[in-house]
Design a protein around this ligand. Structure first.
Ligand SMILES: [Fe+2]
Ligand SMILES: [Fe+2]
Length: 195
């Protein structure tokens, strides 16, 4: 596949990913700091170090494709807090994290599935996706481990409640991601780049 230039929509998307990985690293880092040592804190530490690494991968990727990062207002993190409130306990922290990480994996898969994508961008997404899959796995496992304390029903109910909140926040703030992707697909079609 021939390399193609990064357009403004892609530049926005890469900047958005970069900013949200920085936000994730800080968010999970603060959580890890507040936890007692144990398996969950150990996994959370690996988790935030992955997110910090991802922020670097995007920075490096943008350098490689010659695109300067845009300054993105990271307001969906705040919207999230406004919508779901402060998590009341460890189970709620893990549930909201699971819902959020699912959204991230979904956005990356959508981007990776575009027919014509810059090889460096694709390489970066695929590298990150491996870690994101593990994030979903360890959190699910940790949630299962909390069933004895909270009950499976309560955990499922909480996940459902946060998924609904996520939908709302998505409609309000993250839809721009979808619009930008759509723009790239349309542009590639016009250029005859799609299969
Ligand atoms: Fe990440
Ligand atoms: Fe993640």
């Amino acid at each position: 596949m021939a390399e193609k230039e990064i357009d403004e929509s892609e530049r926005w998307l890469l900047s958005f990913y970069r900013t949200s990985e920085i936000g994730g690293a800080l968010f999970f880092g603060r959580l890890a700091r507040s936890m007692r040592p144990g398996q969950i804190q150990s996994d959370m530490t690996k988790h935030f170090s992955d997110e910090a690494q991802h922020a670097w991968y995007w920075t490096e990727c943008m350098n490689r494709v010659g695109a300067n990062p845009l300054s993105i207002t990271d307001n969906y993190q705040d919207q999230y807090s406004a919508e779901v409130g402060v998590p009341a306990n460890m189970m709620e922290v893990l549930a909201i994290t699971h819902v959020f990480e699912k959204r991230v994996v979904n956005q990356y898969s959508k981007h990776a599935s575009i027919d014509v994508i810059h090889p460096v961008v694709k390489e970066t997404i695929l590298k990150i996706m491996k870690d994101e899959k593990w994030h979903l796995e360890w959190i699910r496992k940790a949630l299962d481990g909390l069933e004895k304390d909270y009950g499976a029903d309560e955990i499922e109910k909480t996940l459902k409640r946060f998924t609904e909140a996520d939908e709302k926040v998505y409609q309000a703030t993250m839809k721009e991601h979808e619009d930008r992707l759509q723009h790239i697909i349309e542009r590639n079609k016009k250029l005859g780049l799609n299969k």
